[in-house]
Design a protein around this ligand. Structure first.
Ligand code: PLP
Length: 447
């Protein structure tokens, strides 16, 4: 198969006639609860380009929500998948074993922060990793309470949607929710309501609030785990200010609480470090990975201190597809690519290319209240000019304009007013520049 040309090409309107026909079939067959960012159907994808069924080449600034960091068809990953699928697709790791699962676990034990003995549990989805980390933390501590942040996103299952901060679309109508989940304020620099105005001050104030709320409302001795996303993803690419996680990790350690980093979106090179916590040198007790781990095959992992991980009795963890062998083969290849092609370096380079352009746009466009992010996890937050009032319609308009011109962007944020850029880390500079030109044109439509 020839590789699709790495260039934006528009042959029809977006969506084109063939996508529109398929969309009609979708609407009469797929449950309406599944939304779609851009109703185009993809025929092939590689590096920074998605080719739709009408032959349009779209620039991918989504990576299937931070999954295809190595691209959607990296030859080393697809070869590993084919080779494994030819041998066997499944045995169930709880029934009979295979070496590739050990290899993924060994690598994660080695690559995640912390020079102590670790164990890994493999699962299928990010939400499953979160759920299982909670099970493990509760077993280890003998405590129930889980502390999460405002603006958090941890998944769509009962427990993880409870842990998620945003009501619509994730929670509305789906209650009652799981018990023993407590939310403390996120140190969201752009929207911090406290007195502090500097990152250090916000980190300090938010930490004081966490301690105050835990001690007065929950009871420190009742808390099993504190879980944070180092860069909050669905909440709007909120970079937790430097110092915050260090303080929280120390507080957790002093109080026998398991400190969990949800690196499902931000981890594995996306922010310019292998793990987003590395930026601050924080060593969590448990690190969660998924998404980019197996380059699109469903695989997630809980990696943590051996004594904590081993506290659950045999049979307490697992799942029919947990650590599927085809997904493990893909993960080994994807981890090789991340290291061999220095994808953390690529993510830092993407920030160097994109961030100055976003800052230029902000200077030009009064509706862009904030630009932020780290590595290849970058965002613009839209507001009513001259205020900090969220303007979700502006974000929607800019995204729609870009999408119609063949640049796939995602929105995010508790107020749905953020455009987030999550390109595959292997995207070319030419595609990035072209996509930024289109975004600039899109933001000008707001004037
Ligand atoms: N945690 C974070 C930080 C995420 O971004 C996501 C998905 O977006 C999840 C958990 C849930 O992962 P999944 O959709 O694979 O269940």
């Amino acid at each position: 198969m020839t590789e699709p040309e790495q260039r934006r090409i528009l042959k029809t309107a977006i969506p084109g006639p063939l996508s529109t026909e398929l969309q009609a079939r979708r609407e009469s067959n797929i449950a309406a609860g599944f939304g779609v960012t851009l109703p185009v159907f993809i025929a092939e994808a590689s590096e920074g380009i998605l080719v739709d069924v009408d032959g349009n080449h779209l620039i991918d600034l989504a990576s299937g929500i931070a999954v295809t960091s190595v691209g959607a068809s990296h030859p080393r990953v697809t070869a590993a998948i084919r080779e494994q699928a030819d041998r066997f697709t499944h045995t169930c790791f709880m029934v009979t074993e295979y070496e590739s699962a050990l290899e993924v676990a060994e690598r994660l034990n080695r690559l995640t922060p912390g020079e102590f003995e670790k164990r890994t549990g493999l699962f299928s989805t990010g939400a499953e990793a979160v759920e299982n980390a909670v099970k493990i933390a509760r077993t280890w501590t003998g405590r129930d309470a889980i502390v999460v942040l405002g603006h958090a996103y941890h998944g769509r299952t009962l427990l993880t949607m409870t842990m998620t901060g945003k009501n619509v679309p994730y929670k509305e109508g789906f209650g009652p929710f799981a018990p023993e989940v407590y939310r403390v304020p996120s140190p969201y620099p752009y929207r911090w309501a406290g007195a502090a105005t500097t990152e250090t001050g916000i980190a300090e104030e938010a930490f004081e609030q966490l301690v105050d709320q835990i001690t007065t409302q929950v009871g420190t001795a009742n808390v099993a785990a504190i879980i944070v996303e180092p860069v909050q993803g669905e909440g709007g690419f909120i970079v937790l200010p430097e110092g915050y996680m260090t303080k929280v990790a120390q507080f957790a350690k002093e109080n026998g609480i398991v400190f969990i980093a949800d690196e499902i979106q931000a981890g594995l090179a996306r922010t310019g470090d292998l793990f987003a916590v590395d930026h601050e040198g924080v060593v969590p007790d448990i690190v969660l990975t998924a998404k980019a781990l197996a380059a699109g095959m469903p695989l997630s992992a809980v990696t943590g201190r051996a004594e904590i991980m081993d506290s659950v009795r045999a049979g307490g963890l697992g799942g029919t597809y947990a650590g599927n062998p085809v997904a493990c083969a893909a993960a080994i290849a994807a981890l090789d690519v991340i290291v061999d092609e220095d994808l953390p370096g690529r993510a830092r380079h993407i920030e160097e290319v994109v961030m100055p352009r976003l800052k230029e746009l902000q200077a030009e466009c009064a509706a862009i209240g904030d630009v932020r992010g780290r590595g290849a996890m970058l965002a613009m937050e839209f507001v009513v000019p001259g205020t900090r009032t969220p303007d979700p319609d502006a974000a929607k308009k800019v995204a729609a304009h870009a999408n119609a011109r063949g640049v796939l962007t995602l929105t995010a944020g508790t107020y749905s007013n953020v455009i987030r850029l999550l390109p595959p880390l292997v995207i070319s500079d030419d595609l990035l520049e072209d996509a930024l030109d289109v975004l600039a044109e899109a933001t000008r439509t707001l004037a």
